[in-house]
Write a protein that binds this ligand. Structure first.
Ligand code: CP3
Length: 354
């Protein structure tokens, strides 16, 4: 039975522009979705969110389904991303934490050494995080566009566990990895195992693509990435390759890291707003697809300026297949909803039949 609906959904989505672009195939228009497309900039989101804390909301499959669908219903993006947070696997690890509005994830007792790492619990995502699979099953019954599942990359997950809260320069993580390399590699191996298990569970439940968010990896020198992250990231992407769904690999501040990220893996590499798109794609060798990289701050300007920035992104790509239009990072709170609608429609209309 399980494989029946999967075959049916694959057939239904065979010509989905988002999946075609992930495979570098020509599509009817340039697909567009936005990181953080469901969130505080939406009045309807704020209404639902008023009833729950962020962590409660993420554990409520019916509400997760409603929130994930909001931007698709309102603005017609070409893909949906599961509404959740990268911190959700911490629930399975028995980490005491909260997501503080306006701040981000805050960990009660940050990790200091090998003994702390040894106390982290292994868990089975299917059992402890079953609410995620339930939301995915509900969503794939309703959604007509592909659903993206996601997780934080091991470095970004480790960054919160060690810093205890968001950080500008991640100096505690950098100190930790140089000072205690064995503990670091134990932690990265553990987080890689958890992330593989968690993302495979999402594919089993029905997601059509996966995005790995290494949001804070830009804090590192390429040599540090190569020695302390690359073996784990390669193992992660190799293991996920067996799922058969497209893999998107995203980070910010990554201009000097893109070729290493490409070596680690991913069918699509996400480019942040600081980094020239065409140059990046050339440097990546053009064998992968790219996603990005409209500056989210431009959505606060008038529609003429928004159009100019969208044209800039599209011109850099030059109509070549293998581009997923997105922001260079998430939609910022306070972004006018009309401007999001304008951008999505503009990209879909100007690239149709081009
Ligand atoms: O993109 C989407 O629409 C899907 C939902 C999503 C959220 N978080 C919802 C969320 C995704 C993909 C994430 C991933 C996530 N979470 C990342 C990686 C992506 C990125 O932005 O780089 C990171 C670093 C986090 C950690 C995190 N969680 C932060 C920094 C914050 C914001 C804190 C704040 O209040 O400014 C959160 C909370 C969070 N996650 C919100 C949302 C919509 C805000 C929740 C609220 O207060 O209502």
């Amino acid at each position: 039975m399980k494989s029946d609906w999967r075959v049916e959904r694959r057939a239904q989505l065979a010509h989905a522009p988002f999946l075609q672009a992930c495979r570098k195939e020509k599509s009817s228009h340039t697909p567009v979705w936005l990181m953080r497309q469901a969130g505080r900039y939406q009045a309807k989101y704020r209404e639902i969110r008023a009833k729950y804390s962020m962590l409660e909301l993420c554990q409520h499959p019916e509400e997760v389904t409603r929130v994930t669908l909001l931007p698709i219903e309102q603005f017609g993006m070409d893909a949906a991303i599961l509404f959740s947070d990268i911190t959700i696997p911490y629930l399975g690890m028995n980490i005491d934490f909260d997501i503080v509005p306006g701040v981000g994830p805050v960990i009660e007792s940050p990790l200091k050494d090998e003994a702390d790492v040894g106390r982290l619990e292994k868990f089975c995502s299917k059992e402890q995080l079953s609410f995620v699979g339930e939301a995915i099953q509900l969503l794939t019954r309703e959604l007509k566009v592909p659903l993206i599942g996601f997780a934080g990359a091991p470095f970004t997950m480790a960054a919160y566990l060690i810093e205890g809260k968001p950080s500008k320069d991640f100096k505690n993580v950098r100190k930790f990895l140089f000072q205690q390399p064995d503990a670091w590699h134990t932690l990265m191996s553990y987080l890689t195992d958890i992330t593989i298990d968690y993302l495979k569970m999402q594919v089993d439940a029905g997601v059509d693509a996966l995005q790995v968010f290494d949001s804070w990896v830009g804090a590192l020198h390429p040599r540090t990435y190569e020695e302390y992250l690359l073996p784990h990231m390669s193992r992660l992407f190799t293991a996920l390759g067996s799922t058969g769904v497209p893999l998107i690999h995203f980070g910010t501040g990554t201009a000097s890291l893109l070729s290493l990220m490409r070596r680690a893996g991913g069918d699509v590499i996400g480019i942040d707003w600081r980094t020239p798109l065409r140059e990046s794609w050339d440097a990546l060798g053009r064998e992968c697809a790219v996603q990005g990289n409209f500056d989210p701050a431009v959505l606060f300007a008038d529609t003429t300026r928004i159009q100019q920035e969208a044209d800039r992104v599209l011109k850099e790509i030059g109509g070549e297949p293998g581009h997923i239009f997105n922001l260079g990072h998430g939609v910022l709170p306070g972004t006018p909803e009309d401007h999001v609608r304008f951008l999505v429609e503009y990209v879909q209309e100007t690239t149709a039949g081009a």
